[in-house]
Design a protein around this ligand. Structure first.
Ligand code: CMP
Length: 139
């Protein structure tokens, strides 16, 4: 059975470019309920740990530098089939390949500065949500 939550971040480029409100509105309009949200800035240690799975990839250092360059908005979202439905509305990792009307098509500027993160599995969604939020911060 598919799970009910996913985890997302509005990334530094999208926050800096003033897209936070439009992206939150877009997410809510697609039927997701925000059950936790915080505005924060990642340290190199936290970003490195979060993206630990990509540690050996050639883009890892750039990714950490980019993700720590500005404020982000972290959220836990609830909906039936949350992980897959959210990946559908954000579009492909590279905005050049993101379908029209998806969040990355509308707001991303490059494969790295791609506006939002979305969990890729129920297991990762649960891990990422509890990495960012404790039980008292989720409703
Ligand atoms: P996300 O899916 O949030 O998690 C991994 C991130 O790494 C991805 O978004 C992009 O921001 C970045 N990324 C993935 N592939 C590449 C790539 N080929 N070059 C640069 N950055 C990438």
């Amino acid at each position: 059975m598919n799970g009910k939550i996913t985890f997302t971040m509005i990334k530094p480029d999208a926050v800096a470019n003033g897209h936070t409100g439009k992206i939150i509105d877009h997410i809510i309009s697609k039927g997701f309920k925000i059950v936790a949200m915080k505005y924060t800035k990642l340290s190199k240690e936290i970003a490195g740990e979060f993206y630990g799975i990509h540690r050996e990839r050639p883009f890892f250092n750039d990714l950490v530098a980019y993700m720590t360059a500005g404020t982000i908005v972290a959220m836990v979202l609830e909906k039936d089939n949350a992980v897959l439905d959210f990946r559908e509305i954000i579009g492909a990792t590279d905005p050049k390949n993101a379908a029209a009307g998806t969040i990355r098509n509308l707001y991303a500027t490059s494969i790295e500065a791609n506006a939002v993160h979305g969990s890729d599995s129920d297991e990762n969604a649960a891990g990422e949500a509890s990495f960012f939020f404790n039980a008292f911060e989720r409703f």
